[in-house]
Design a protein around this ligand. Structure first.
Ligand code: SAM
Length: 259
């Protein structure tokens, strides 16, 4: 298929049942919907059938974006933005929305992190339904202690609850990807126990701990916090490796680091 841009992670969904299953994750009628990477409209058309209040499509590919413009120009409630989602300013969104995306696999973790970092996530977004490569999906929802648990699991569970997940065979796409995919339905957490001055500090701290997963946490703790702060942490075995430490502790460490 010569029209497919591999560099933009284009694997188009063709399985009607799977498309419906994804879209049926939430009630769409009279809701504001955002779709990241609508491509050739596989999910888009199914969203429209369910009568959303508004639909915003953000597609980087110029040709696909033009084709969508052409297809939907008569429908006033559909807006198409031809832009890189990583450059899109979410402050422009003024209505509480649901976000869908069969994400381009090469930047899917960056997209998720961008969403997680949005301020007032739970007041502005009710549901987020994303498709990832299975391997990344497993990391996102991983619990501790496990091999998959790490930076992205801790960051995701800081702001998001996982409501549902399901796997999708590579046969459901054109072109067929090499690996299975996974859909995850998230809902932003309403109450966040640990507040950070800057969520980037949580990213920084998890990067430090997980860049060497075999190191016991006490080594990196000493680099980040003074003795007094370390002593204030109770119920933590400092000889553990990061993959055996709960997200809560990384949140606590970030709090102490910022204080
Ligand atoms: N939604 C369609 C489907 O399910 O068949 C297409 C999904 S395809 C995996 C990913 C889509 O994201 C492609 O249409 C691609 O052009 C678009 N895309 C890639 N990088 C993007 C970016 N940085 N910003 C916005 N869209 C992007």
């Amino acid at each position: 298929m010569e029209f497919v841009k591999k560099s933009l992670g284009q694997n188009f969904l063709i399985d009607k049942n799977i498309i419906k299953k994804i879209i049926n994750s939430v009630q769409i009628k009279q809701k504001n919907i955002i779709e990241i990477g609508p491509g050739r409209g596989a999910l888009t058309n199914e969203i429209i059938k369910r009568n959303p209040k508004s639909l915003l499509l953000i597609e980087k590919d110029n040709k696909l974006s033009k084709a969508l413009e052409e297809q939907f120009k008569k429908d006033k409630k559909i807006n198409i933005i031809n832009q890189d989602i990583l450059k899109f300013d979410f402050k422009k969104i003024k209505r509480k929305s649901i976000i869908f995306g069969n994400l381009p696999y090469n930047i899917s973790s960056q997209i998720l992190v961008k969403i997680i970092k949005l301020k007032k996530l739970s007041s502005n977004y009710s549901d987020i339904i994303f498709m990832f490569q299975k391997e990344l999906g497993e990391k996102i929802i991983a619990n501790y202690p496990s091999r998959n648990y790490g930076r992205i699991s801790i960051l995701s569970s800081y702001k998001l609850n996982t409501i549902n997940k399901f796997y999708i065979s590579s046969n459901c796409f054109i072109p067929k990807p090499k690996v299975q995919s996974m859909v995850i339905h998230f809902r932003p957490k309403k109450k966040i126990k640990y507040k950070f001055r800057n969520i980037e500090n949580l990213e920084k701290i998890t990067n430090i701990f997980f860049s060497n997963k075999r190191k016991m946490i006490k080594k990196n703790l000493r680099k980040l916090l003074n003795k007094e702060k370390i002593e204030s942490i109770s119920n933590l075995n400092f000889n553990l490796r990061p993959e055996a430490v709960s997200p809560e502790f990384f949140y606590k460490i970030t709090n102490l680091y910022e204080s």
